[in-house]
Design a protein around this ligand. Sequence first.
Ligand SMILES: C[S@@+](CC[C@H](N)C(=O)[O-])C[C@H]1O[C@@H](n2cnc3c(N)ncnc32)[C@H](O)[C@@H]1O
Length: 329
Amino acid sequence: MATAVRDTLCFAGSEEADEAVRGTCEDASICKRFAVSIGYWKDPYIQYFVRQAKERKAPEINRGYYARVHGVSQLLKAFLKETECNCQIINLGAGLDTMFWRLKDENLLPKKYFEVDFPMIVARKIYNIKSKPPLSKPIMESHSGESFLIDAHSLDSSRYAILAADLREAAELEEKLKKFNMDTQLPTLLIAECVLVYMTPEQSASLLKWAANTFQTAMVINYEQVNMADRFGQIMIENLQRRQCSLAGVEACKSLDSQRERLLLNGWETANAIDMMKVYSYLPQADVKRIEGLEFLDEKELLEQLMQHYCICWATKDSCNLGLSNITF
Ligand SMILES: C[S@@+](CC[C@H](N)C(=O)[O-])C[C@H]1O[C@@H](n2cnc3c(N)ncnc32)[C@H](O)[C@@H]1O
């Protein structure tokens, strides 16, 4: 179980803590790459960001990642549909995520796609983009005009930007995004996939409040732990504490209600939260049949317990009445 949750746990509150948090982005992408390599979903780009895992990942981990990637992508696509791609997406703590490239292939790019992470992660991502044509070509193809900027810690083109910022410093984050032409009037989707849990509840609350105050028409998607106060959640925490790790944001992950409440208390008009077992149960039957045929799963109970300890939450603010509050699975 420790490996299942490693990408979500860390030391709290120091440079050492931040280093552990940065390590989680590699873990998440290695798990995604492994699941892709055995056919759970298609992602031709992840191979350019991380190596193949040395060991097999357990089937329950692969199914968990399938539900995570599918769940986030389904909500994101619903947002693109409601806004007819006349919007921007800001992926907070994007790590080595490949969504920009996959959306480009599907002809579903928003007006601009922003990614934010710590400087070290951003530098690594830019290095990969610069050195691998399958990553740089789509950015160049979608670029128009002259204002292309690239240095070690930022890249700005017409449709894609990546920048280094600390998500716990909203003012600095806003300033950097504005420098890269973030438009606060445009419908905006913010994504935090396994990110808020690394911040204290105060820090995640202020990030969510900043987002709700900055954009009039917006949606936020948050994927992370839930039900952490029960026995299984406690075991997850204890296992990591034994390795000197603790979850800075676990307080907000007590229940689906505490997840919803954080969103509503910080300026969002509607808020939803469902656990990943529910997301799994909403998958089309044909998908379930296909992915369950990929690997034999012995530990059904462990899969269920794991899935009940992660959730997807989404919240909206809809001053333009685009119908964002209707978005659901
Ligand atoms: C578990 S990884 C998830 C990466 C990506 N969202 C995914 O799901 O594949 C968490 C990411 O959040 C980033 N992160 C966490 N706290 C951050 C902060 N305060 N400022 C910037 N990035 C942060 C980490 O560096 C890491 O890339």
